[in-house]
Design a protein around this ligand. Sequence first.
Ligand code: FE2
Length: 285
Amino acid sequence: MSSKPKLESLKKITRRSSIGLLAASIPSGIWAGAIEPDQLSTTHREITLPRWPRALDGFKIAQVTDLHYRPGADDKLLAKVIAALKEESPDLIALTGDFIIQDQSSLPELFRELKVLSAPHGIIASPGNHDRWHCSQSLLRKTIEKSGVSYLANAGTTLSIKGENIFIAGIDSIWGGTPDPSKTWSGHQRDQPVIALVHEPDAFDHLRPSHRIDLQLSGHTHGGQCRVPLIGYAPAKVKYGKNYIYGHYEKEQSQLWVGRGIGTVGLRVRFACSPELAILTLRSA
Ligand SMILES: [Fe+2]
């Protein structure tokens, strides 16, 4: 056989493979750009904390993170988040930062929408890197508190529930702000369980040895935003979000939850990594 027919058949195979890949990538692209970014999913997880009071067994926290609100484009998605939160009726709502991308005018628009939310033990927010890169602390505080949400940046608050006191620590963004763990934990009384709102998950390893953390709630990574289906590999890594990408982690007596978040940065695309509202039910060991 001459080499010419071999070359022709190789060309045909290559052409067919390219067409096949293109045909497969068009629906994937449409899905990632036009469908999945609006496909809100609610994750329900039970997390057993070894030092959580028995009286507060079943305490339900809703975590909303990385809204990165784009007025107009994200309105339907935000409406879904609000409807889902109302339906879940959590005890506490935690907003763990990155409310905006870069336009600070979207901050008041977002918190005007969130004003309809309530929870028996409040809504507490702490900042993310994008918030701190593009908004001053005073703007964040003023806008967020105006909507009835508590703002914690290097501060803590004690919630008294069913005769138990729990401490909520909200630290400034590790990447975009000036985090001060000593100030954040300064009001913490010995033996109080601590829920820490820390936008960047990788801070877990630095904070945990010196400050009590029963459960740290983080976002920042968007779960990778686009993941490889089935194996779940997330190729895009972000500073301070390289070690803990998504889900539940445990180290000694401290645990970490990293949510996939709601919004997007860069292109408004998500793939195999849909927007997530996390409902975490805390169990006493
Ligand atoms: Fe972030």
